[in-house]
Design a protein around this ligand. Structure first.
Ligand SMILES: *Cc1c(COP(=O)(O)O)cnc(C)c1O
Length: 695
């Protein structure tokens, strides 16, 4: 019993009750039976509903460290826009608003009576975000004063207007808004109370709620007796009621229940349409006595219809596919940030990391990775080609984006349009770029011995005329090391010669009064195996992802963390009798009875096909199991003989950690005679990607 109670997501589910209370508010269920009872239900009890919604928003916003504020605002704005459209026919049918009325309706009152909530939550959240910067005590004080001001225009209006200044204030205010129950006077206090998340024991909360609700009842009836109420949304005791109610719900459980959340939103949004439809329908079938004149009949019909409409709406919702259905990558963004910091610490002062995010950030997802690194302070990125550069700009990436490969000069207009920095791959390339209709921003590639891209160090004289080309804005100069991954003496000597040749060109230009701009030459292994260089950038790729290319020895092994894990699932389990064979080519034969797990990932996802025959293995439930047979396009087999607890649906780790064990991508690369760069960058587009914030 206590377990099920704990699992009851009270906070979100109470939203359903709150939504029903709002429906009560607008249908007066008890009006046909008891006027006093109906007043209590709609003007006292039901008044907890909307403050509750504000409090839940405040609560979840605070729990997210106010990081979700923009998301909430965006969502509220979207829902509001949809609701405005939904009720437009009704507005028109009711005679519509004049052009002068629309701004006030849209921004303050809401375009139908229940829609005031949306402008209120939008304004309230923005205000509260500003208020909390002043510290909680100041924020609460201001919000409470605003609430008291609101009270004077609501339940206590009759009292407040006896003071001339107040009477003048409220009458001016009501020119601009219909009620003081809004985003300014009403929402901030409840958002803050929710954010504070006050919590007492169940007993204290229940007693507190009962006492404060009784006191609020007394307050409401007293105000009614005095005939002071202009409106009945705000009471002095409402905040007290709310904190006890909220504490009570928090005590039961504070998990999320998205289904209840969505349903309550639909109930809230749709019930005014139901009110209209029930009236219309009742007249049509001549059942006005039951469904219009009888308040309880009306309420029940409206509620039932709203539920039906909400459930219908629910069916229209998209059904997103879970990323963990078949095979997926998990990318730990904080590991990237950590690696960037470690690498940066290896650079000379004034030398910045240029993050190499080509090939979809080595399979890690270029947009998300680059966005994250940009937030972490990295301002320069390198990609391989034009399309990768454009994709990053479209993803909102600012700063320098260098295309490190060749781009046909005819595409110069696109380079210009997307503010991309192009590598000049050779003299001819430079002149061709300069002959286009737009200015190209470029870095010159200098060939110091790799003989792949760049202007040879021997042609340095030929560099001078390039600097005079009007359409070529040369902003940097770089070279690439081709054996910096090796510590063999002759390779080290070659790298040192490359470095020396590069600086010789740089200095030669400087002596001629030409500033070479941003210089860079190290990639990951240049950083790992050579001292800090007097450059402006170091272009780190593989090391940024926390991985070494292979197991060759390196000078400085850094504390890097692999960012990527590769996971799949156990599909079916096959029981083989002794001597039976399995898979393509019947490559596996069971010597004794065997149990094979079929894993839902294959070479079409980017795994090397030969891995299965080169000692490839996976982790399931913290244990290691060998791949057997031939890898299929979409599946592979592992031998789980003797381990009964491996079951369909288990998560399988192909790269990454499971319990005490881990499989590094270096291991896969070594088994297949390649480097990790290849394994990672080939991980296929069919894989879903999960970033650590979602894991
Ligand atoms: C790919 C690439 C890099 C990054 O190399 P890593 O070894 O992954 O750090 C740097 N510079 C150029 C020009 C590249 O093509």
């Amino acid at each position: 019993m206590s377990v099920t109670r704990r699992e009851w997501a009270a906070l979100d589910r109470f939203r359903l009750i709150a939504a029903v209370l709002v429906v009560c508010n607008h249908t007066s269920p008890l009006a046909s039976y008891t006027e006093v009872g109906n007043f209590w239900l709609t003007c006292v009890l039901a008044r907890v509903a909307v403050p509750f919604f504000f409090m839940v928003s405040g609560y979840f916003l605070a729990r997210s460290g106010w990081n979700n504020t923009r998301r909430l605002l965006k969502k509220a704005l979207l829902v509001y826009a949809a609701a405005v459209a939904l009720y437009l026919p009704l507005n028109i049918y009711n005679g519509g608003y004049s052009l002068a009325e629309w701004p006030r309706k849209l921004l303050v009152d809401g375009t139908l009576y229940h829609l005031w909530y949306f402008p209120a939550v939008l304004l309230g959240v923005v205000l509260v975000q500003g208020l909390i910067k002043l510290g909680m005590p100041a924020a609460f004080t201001i919000a409470a004063l605003l609430y008291l001001t609101g009270l004077g225009g609501d339940s206590y209006f009759g009292l407040a207007k006896q003071i001339p200044a107040a009477a003048w204030f409220y009458s001016s205010f009501f020119q601009a808004a219909s009620y003081t129950r809004n985003g300014l006077f009403f929402a901030p206090l409840f958002l803050l109370l929710g954010a504070a998340g006050f919590r007492w024991s169940g007993k204290v909360s229940a007693v507190g709620f009962a006492v404060s609700l009784s006191a609020m009842t007394a307050e409401a009836f007293w105000l009614r007796e005095m005939d002071w109420q202009r409106h009945t949304s705000m009471y002095l005791l409402l905040p007290a009621c709310m904190v006890f109610l909220f504490s009570m719900l928090l005590g039961i459980n504070y998990r999320e229940d998205r289904h209840a959340r969505r349903l309550s939103l639909s109930l809230y949004l749709l019930h005014p349409w139901s009110i209209v439809l029930v009236r219309y329908g009742a007249k049509l079938v001549k059942l006005e006595r039951i469904f219009i004149e009888n308040s309880l009949g009306d309420f029940s019909a409206v509620l039932a219809l709203t539920f039906l409409l909400s459930l219908a709406l629910e069916r229209l919702r998209p059904m997103p596919l879970s990323a963990k259905t078949r095979a997926w990558k998990e990318v730990d963004l904080s590991a990237l940030r950590h690696n960037a910091r470690i690498l940066q610490s290896q650079l000379a002062p004034g030398c910045e990391l240029m993050a190499v995010v080509k090939a979809d950030a080595y399979g890690h997802g270029a947009a998300a990775v680059t966005r994250h690194l940009q937030k972490a302070g990295i301002r320069a990125f390198a990609v391989a080609c034009l399309s990768e550069g454009i994709a990053l700009r479209k993803a909102g990436i600012r700063g320098t984006i260098l295309i490190s490969g060749y781009t046909p000069p005819a595409e110069a207009a696109l380079l210009h349009r997307w503010r991309l920095t192009q590598t000049v791959a050779g003299l001819e390339h430079g002149y061709a770029l300069a002959a286009q209709g737009t200015v190209s921003h470029v870095h010159l590639a200098i060939d110091t011995g790799m003989h792949r891209l760049g202007i040879s160090v021997n042609d340095r004289e030929a560099l001078l005329p390039l600097y005079r080309l009007k359409k070529l804005k040369i902003e940097g100069m770089f070279s690439h090391l081709c054996v910096s991954d090796s510590l063999a003496p002759e390779k080290v000597a070659y790298t040192e010669a490359q470095l020396a040749a590069f600086y010789k060109v740089v200095n030669w230009l400087k002596e001629r009064g030409i500033h070479p701009g941003k210089t860079h030459i190290q990639a990951s292994y240049g950083i790992l195996n050579f001292p800090p260089q007097p450059c402006d950038y170091a272009r780190a790729g593989i090391a940024l992802y926390g991985v070494y290319s292979d197991s060759t020895p390196i000078l400085r092994r850094l504390d890097l963390t692999p960012a990527l894990s590769l996971k799949a699932k156990v599909g079916t389990i096959q029981e083989l009798r002794p001597g039976e064979r399995a898979g393509y080519g019947l490559a596996f034969q069971a010597e004794a009875a065997a149990r094979l797990a079929v894993i839902t990932i294959g070479y079409a996802d980017g795994l090397p096909r030969e891995l299965a025959q080169c000692g490839g293995r996976v982790l399931i439930r913290g244990k290691s199991f060998p791949m057997v047979g031939r890898m299929c396009m979409d599946q592979l087999l592992v031998n789980v003989t003797g381990v009964e607890d491996v079951r369909t649906g288990d998560i399988v780790t192909l790269i990454g950690r499971d319990g005490d064990l881990d499989i590094r991508v270096e291991e896969l690369a070594e088994r297949c005679g390649t480097i990790t760069n290849e394994i990672l960058s080939r991980l296929g587009s069919r894989l879903a990607v999960l970033y650590n914030s979602e894991n």
